[in-house]
Design a binder for this molecule. Structure first.
Ligand SMILES: Nc1nc2c(ncn2[C@@H]2O[C@H](COP(=O)(O)OP(=O)(O)OP(=O)(O)O)[C@@H](O)[C@H]2O)c(=O)[nH]1
Ligand SMILES: [Mg+2]
Length: 216
């Protein structure tokens, strides 16, 4: 791993219980309208790659990446959802199975930004209390911009959510967006409350691992 990547992947949490054998598994779902770049966002974060193919996702898929925090490791599992309307029920079902949700829109497509409110509403109806964050993807396409960054910042302040513009293509802010969010999740009351539940349910939270064990 290059020095730069290593630094990008390092995050810090407020935790005094240093235990090398413990690992956090954080599941994050990426939602947003069709074509905003959800699959590529995950592809960049987990594989550091980009695909220009325009194939729509169906159902859902996931990819993992291990990142470092002080004295312990975190497996970040990013769940990909399909943006198309016919898959919305499946996506909605996933809201209760993750610890966080990243809502993505495309800065070159105003409708995808206007729909962010609907995504927030859907999340709140289904899993009130879950953390979510906002990212405006495709920020490399400066000449095609239809959503001002200031407008998105104002919206995120009004809705009390973190926000970053990202580019899966040019690798801008992808690691920052996910890693800052992971840090926020781990430090949240919501996550700590669910850790006791995690002991019985390995699909969430923290567990002890065998050093040779591989993730999914
Ligand atoms: N210029 C640019 N193009 C991007 C970026 N991210 C994705 N794309 C392109 O946008 C198109 C859609 O990307 P996907 O990652 O498939 O989008 P998606 O949100 O997964 O789409 P669905 O699965 O249909 O919901 C593809 O042609 C990608 O190459 C980006 O950051 N910049
Ligand atoms: Mg997709």
């Amino acid at each position: 791993m290059s020095k730069k990547t290593k630094k990008q992947n390092k995050i810090y949490i407020n935790d005094n219980n240093n235990n090398d054998d413990e690992i956090y598994i954080i599941k994050i779902l990426i939602v947003g309208d069709p074509g905003v770049g959800k699959s590529n966002f995950i592809y960049r974060y987990t594989k550091d790659k980009f695909s220009s193919s325009n194939l729509s996702s169906a159902g859902f898929d996931s990819n993992s990446k291990e990142i470092e925090i002080i004295d312990k490791k975190v497996i970040v599992q990013l769940w990909d959802s399909a943006g198309q309307q016919q898959f919305k029920a499946i996506t909605k079902n996933l809201f209760t199975r993750v610890q966080g949700i990243i809502i993505l829109y495309d800065i070159t497509n105003k409708e995808t930004f206007l729909n962010v409110s609907n995504w927030i509403k859907l999340i709140q109806e289904t899993n009130n209390g879950i953390l979510y964050t906002l990212a405006g993807n495709k920020c490399d396409l400066k000449n095609e911009r239809k959503v001002d960054e200031e407008e998105a910042i104002k919206f995120s302040k009004e809705n009390n959510i973190d926000f970053l513009e990202t580019s899966a293509k040019m690798n801008i802010n992808i690691f920052e967006c996910v890693n800052n969010f992971v840090q926020k999740i781990i430090n949240s009351d919501y996550f700590i409350r669910n850790i006791s539940f995690a002991a019985q349910n390995t699909s969430i939270g923290r567990r002890t691992i065998n050093k040779n064990e591989r993730c999914c």
